[in-house]
Every structure is written in C-alpha cells, then in structure tokens.
Design a protein around this ligand. Structure first.
Ligand SMILES: [Fe+2]
Ligand SMILES: [Fe+2]
Length: 337
C-alpha cells in the first residue's frame, strides 16, 4: 500500500498525524482554526496536500491508516472547510455562466502554436522532461477514471441517455472487459518502459500543489452529489481536450526514439477519445441537461474549473523547465516543509 507523504505545513501535518494515529481526530478543529487564522493559500501545497490525503481515504488509502477514518466526522469537517476554501479560489478564477455550448466550443479551439507541456515535449522536449511529466500525471492516470465513477449512481437510469453514455466511456477506461486494456494498466506499462516507479502514489511526495489541485478537483466534484453537474463537465473536458494533446505526446515519444509500449497509452487516447468526445457531447451533456437543465451552470463550472487548474499546472511545469529546473518538488524542499 502507498506510504503516507511528508507534511507541507501545519494543516497537512495535523491531518497526517491523525492518519498515522499520532493525534486524535477530535483535536483537528484546534489545528484547523490556528491554520485558518494564518490565511493559508487555498491552491498552495499545505491545503492541497491535506485535501489530497483526505480524498485518498476514499480510493486506496495508505499503509497503516485505519479504514474507519474514511468516515470520521472530524476529518470530514476539516475536509469540508478546506473544500470551501478551494472552491472559492477556483470560482474567483473562472468566468462562470450557464452557457454549456459556449464552454464546450471554447474547448474545441486548438491554438496553432500552444505553450503547455505537450507542445514543449513535441517540439524539443528532453527525455528527463518526459519522465517528469509522466511521473506527475501518474497521480491521476493510475486511478483513471475512478473519480468520475462516483457520478454514476447520481444519474437517472430511467431517462438513461447520460448514464448510458457515461458508462460507455467508463467501460473503455476500464478496459472494456480486458484487464490488459485498462487505461491505468497501459499507463503503468508506459511508466515501466521509461523506468519509472509504477507503485500507486509513488510520486505523491514530489508532486507540487498544481498537480494535486487537478486531481483534488475531480475528487471533490465526484464525491459530492451536489456537484454531479460539475463532475460531468469535468469529465467532458478531459474527453474533449485529450486527443490533440495525446497526439503531441505520441510525437514526442517517437521523436525520443522510445519503443511502442511507451507510446501505447497516448496513442490509445488519440483514437478512443475521438469517439468519447462525440459521446460526451451528444449524449452525456445533452442527456444530462435534458433531464436536469438547472445543472447547466455547474457543468460550466466543472469545465472552467478544470481548465483553470490544468492551465496552472501547464504553466508551472513549463516555467520550471524553461528555467532549466525540475518540475518535481525537491526532497530538500519537502523535508523543510
Ligand atoms: Fe483513458
Ligand atoms: Fe477517454
């Protein structure tokens, strides 16, 4: 099982102490008030790591952590406060609105010359940069598409367009009945081909806040029924924007002369997500809004929130590389936190 990460500030330290059994969960409210009085950055390392480890209790958890802590009321109360801070920060950074069509149309416009990591890697990225990118993305792809699975029971099965479409895409994400085709497994095969550590959570300690935030937003939207529209919007964003980025990553891997098992994950997403994109637009989004039109603003929020956080991650990675630095957190930084 994954080991608990190192803390990155007072909030994550308090949560990790509870998970490791060094502190009672009932003592969290004091730690939380102290930390909140210091006005923590909602998108910074301490808040994002605290949220990330709280969410992991609902996925695979960590070695030595009591299973019952998943539903501990004090931990859930703390998580709720941090979710409020996170959502406020995200909402402050997006336009909002309830025009789903316009939000989707905005995703379909690909710049002729973009600036994110896939553009950088396709143009002249180096092998160590590809390794870093894949290591950082492993936090999501080794649990692809688990956060979106939480939305399934929240969709109407009788007026089943949205549910059937979501399940068709999820079925593919989970290998369509073939274990070797599960996307998490194809991703792990790529990591193996690059000589990376495929164990779940292996790169959590070196993943900076912008990486954690992209995964946390999926967990937040997935875990709350109230955010089912945003979860669907976020899922739509992934499926619609994936093919061109995946094609650039295939080109990058081929340019670096790496073998076929290393290109397989992104090659799969060029093809599969072209189909998924159609399903998501014509059936999932249309079906959801036909049944629950009042969720339009939440769908837009899901699309815009993930776009905002993905852009922040892209800027962080490219800025690090442009400065000749690693995009991974250094171990010195981690132990100083
Ligand atoms: Fe996938
Ligand atoms: Fe997909």
């Amino acid at each position: 099982m994954p080991v608990l990460p190192r803390p990155r500030g007072p909030l994550s330290a308090a949560v990790l102490d509870v998970l490791a059994g060094r502190r009672a969960a009932a003592d969290l409210s004091g730690a939380l008030s102290d930390a909140l009085a210091r006005d923590p950055d909602p998108l910074g390392d301490d808040v994002q790591l605290a949220l990330y480890v709280c969410y992991e209790l609902h996925y695979r958890s960590f070695d030595g952590v009591a299973d019952d802590l998943e539903w501990d009321p004090d931990l859930l109360a703390l998580r709720g406060r941090l979710e409020g801070l996170f959502l406020d920060a995200v909402r402050a950074g997006v336009d909002g609105g309830d025009d789903v069509q316009a939000a989707v149309d905005a995703l379909l416009v690909e710049p002729a010359d973009g600036s994110g990591p896939s553009w950088h890697l396709a143009r002249d990225g180096e092998r160590w940069q590809l390794d870093e990118y894949v290591a950082l993305r492993s936090l999501y792809h080794l649990k692809e598409a688990d956060p979106q699975a939480w939305v399934i029971p929240r969709l109407d099965g009788v007026a089943g367009r949205a549910k059937a479409a979501l399940m068709t895409v999820e079925h593919d994400e989970y290998g369509a009945g073939r274990a070797e085709r599960v996307h998490a497994r194809i991703f792990a095969a790529m990591m193996e081909g690059l000589g990376l550590d495929t164990s779940y959570g292996a790169y959590l300690d070196v993943a900076p806040a912008p990486v954690l935030a992209t995964v946390n937003i999926m967990s937040l939207f997935g875990l709350h029924r109230r955010w089912r529209g945003a979860s669907v919007g976020q899922f739509a964003l992934i499926e619609i924007t994936s093919p061109p980025g995946a094609a650039r990553l295939v080109a990058a891997i081929e340019r670096l002369g790496l073998p076929q098992e290393v290109t397989a994950f992104y090659a799969e997403h060029v093809e599969a997500d072209a189909v998924h994109e159609q399903l998501v637009r014509r059936e999932l989004l249309a079906g959801l809004l036909e049944r629950e039109p009042e969720l339009a603003a939440d769908v837009v929020l899901g699309i815009q929130a993930s776009t905002l956080l993905e852009d922040a991650l892209a800027d962080y990675v490219v800025a690090s590389w442009s400065a000749g630095e690693s995009a991974l957190l250094a171990s010195a930084e981690r132990s100083a936190a």
